[in-house]
Design a protein around this ligand. Structure first.
Ligand SMILES: [Fe+2]
Length: 250
């Protein structure tokens, strides 16, 4: 079974379209989305409608979906992120607002094979960046593989229970395509990167495919029309930083 794992689309329809187009010929069996459909960019309705079209097997909510749909007070958001989310709230059609409001909270297991979370097993809004943070995740879960988003950085953390060793195997993948063979005796936390707002200084849209027969995860990067996404952000009157960062991947 081939699973397309995507996260952090953030209202960037140009990036989402590029990812769907790129993967159309890859015999994907199921789409899995790790949250943050909205926030930051200017096409929230288009993104939600396209996501509904592709009929994902599972989607969980992210911290931005939660705030935009009124399920959190957004206390932890910085000023410009909060403003962008309030703009999103005002501009979402009712049926799209209803859609993000009913998204389940992670962790959620998928087909008895792996687990998905937005930020962390403990909190959607927690960033997993250091080895001590990731160790907490391995202690808090039994699954061999967990996919997570939120940091917007493609990576794999590998944990060997026998020697309690945890290490980041990949930071910032630069290839268009990078296949990683997983070891059945090792546990993994895997981030597919962000579709709509990459933050590893590579502006290309990021995603991953998990192949449960071959037990591999393949990381991809794909170009999309950044200029159009930027123009929409400017026209919507959202903070200039959200437009600028797309060009440099920060
Ligand atoms: Fe995000």
């Amino acid at each position: 079974m081939k699973y397309l794992i995507i996260s952090d689309i953030h209202s960037n329809i140009e990036a989402l379209r590029a990812v769907i187009f790129e993967t159309m010929s890859m015999d994907i069996d199921k789409y899995v989305i790790l949250g943050d459909l909205v926030g930051y960019c200017a096409s929230p309705n288009e993104v939600i409608e396209r996501v509904r079209d592709i009929n994902p097997a599972i989607i969980i909510r992210g911290n931005h979906d939660k705030f935009v749909s009124g399920l959190s007070d957004g206390r932890d958001f910085n000023r410009i992120a909060r403003e962008a989310d309030l703009w999103t709230r005002e501009n979402l059609l009712t049926q799209n607002m209803d859609f993000i409001r009913q998204l389940p909270k992670g962790p959620v297991e998928v087909d008895g094979l792996f687990e998905i979370v937005h930020g962390s097993h403990y909190d959607e809004d927690r960033y997993i960046l250091s080895s001590s943070e990731v160790l907490d995740e391995f202690y808090g879960s039994q699954w061999r593989i967990t996919f997570f988003g939120h940091t917007h950085i493609q990576m794999i953390w590998a944990y060997d229970e026998n020697n309690e060793d945890v290490e980041p195997n990949i930071f910032a993948i630069r290839d268009n395509k990078y296949e990683y063979k997983l070891d059945k005796n090792i546990r993994y936390m895997i981030n597919p990167g962000s579709v709509g707002q990459p933050r590893d200084r590579d502006p290309r849209s990021a995603f991953a495919i998990f192949d449960s027969d071959k037990w591999t995860v393949t990381f991809f990067r794909v170009n999309y029309n950044i200029k159009i996404a930027q123009d929409k952000i400017r026209r919507a009157g959202l903070d200039e930083f959200f437009s600028e960062r797309l060009a440099v991947g920060i």
